[in-house]
Design a protein around this ligand. Structure first.
Ligand SMILES: [Zn+2]
Length: 341
């Protein structure tokens, strides 16, 4: 933990890759350094990962109802939520890597060397068109938030959300009305953009007409390509990401939903809360520290359909009438203002 804090201060804009037991920090184009890395395993709490963890003091195995009670009775007022693609698929967001999905087929015309090249910065500089085809698909208005996004919004409305960390770039969290300051969009956002040449800042909506027309947006000042602030492979993490340094030690509940917890450094955040803090996984499969070794007594896993799992929690909280009212009200607002950004 200590060494990571020092590294984080020094390499504020570094990205971390972990391959072959080697942790590599990248900054800009350069490979800054690498460190030998092995997932640690603490016998006391079954904790693994980059950020370590604490001792598990709970006496009895916690349940979903216990977690609901602690939220309802406001024992938990600093909830951190981590979410991935599994909360977006119920909104119909396609997986662009899946053959047969319209988006994947659409991208084939660009002769990408492989699907992930669409998010590689060097490939983007070579050919930005496939990325903008994806951007057109994901721009606000094509998809709507679902119950999972609104549940997190309700948690915020009740003053119990400390922060939401999302891997998604579809902007559905913002459309559900979660304020940007409550979000860490770990893989970036379409809401803002930057000129790749002169680094001028732009608002996402300034690119809207170009993207909808299938045109690559150019900077009026220098004619450089304007790139939405999505984090590409080989690019620095958003500075906002480092809020985890204060958020996770302060959290009194962690909810992890719809993520495979496979992409670092996002994945290891699940181990960054204190050992006494309950962690709730709502996911199709057991993942990350929930799948490794002996579980913490205050870990709870609700395995299955993510929307059903969140709904079950909302029902246990007695929040469903409020949640449905919020979805109806915000849903009307979203459809009135197609671009909620
Ligand atoms: Zn420019």
């Amino acid at each position: 933990m200590t060494s990571l804090l020092i590294l984080s201060r020094r390499f504020m804009f570094a990205t971390v890759n972990i391959t072959n037991n080697r942790l590599t920090l990248f900054q800009g184009k350069g490979n800054l350094l690498w460190l030998p890395y092995r997932r640690t395993f603490h016998k006391c709490c079954g904790e693994r990962g980059l950020f370590g963890g604490g001792r598990d003091n709970a006496q009895k195995q916690q349940t979903l109802e216990d977690i609901a009670k602690s939220i309802r009775e406001r024992e938990c007022k600093r909830v951190v939520v981590m979410a991935g693609a599994g909360i977006s698929t119920p909104s119909g967001i396609p997986d662009f890597r899946s053959p047969g999905s319209g988006l994947y087929d659409n991208l084939q015309q660009y002769n990408l060397p492989y699907a992930e090249a669409i998010f590689e910065i060097n490939y983007f500089h070579h050919n930005p068109k496939p990325f903008f085809a994806l951007a057109k698909e994901l721009y606000p208005g094509n998809y709507l938030p679902n119950l999972t996004h609104y549940f997190i919004r309700l948690l915020h409305d009740k003053g119990q959300l400390l922060r939401m960390y999302t891997q998604n770039i579809d902007g559905l969290e913002r459309m559900a009305g979660i304020p940007p300051k409550m979000l860490v969009e770990a893989h970036g956002t379409f809401a803002t953009a930057t000129c790749t040449v002169c680094r001028r800042d732009y608002k996402g909506e300034e690119l809207h007409s170009d993207i909808m027309a299938g045109t690559v947006p150019n900077c009026p000042h220098c004619k450089g390509v304007i790139k939405p602030d999505i984090v590409f492979f080989g690019e620095e993490l958003p500075q906002h990401f480092f809020l985890y340094l204060t958020d996770f030690p302060m959290a009194d509940l962690l909810i992890v939903m719809g993520t495979s917890l496979e992409v670092e450094p996002f994945a290891s955040l699940a181990g960054a809360v204190r050992g006494s803090v309950p962690r709730l996984l709502i996911n199709r499969d057991l993942v990350g520290p929930f799948a490794w070794g002996p579980p913490r007594k205050n870990d709870v896993a609700e395995i299955g359909d993510v929307v059903s799992g969140v709904k079950k929690l909302a029902e246990a909280l007695g929040w469903m009438p409020e949640l449905e009212a919020l979805m109806a009200a915000q849903g009307q607002q979203v459809s009135r203002v197609k671009s909620y950004w």
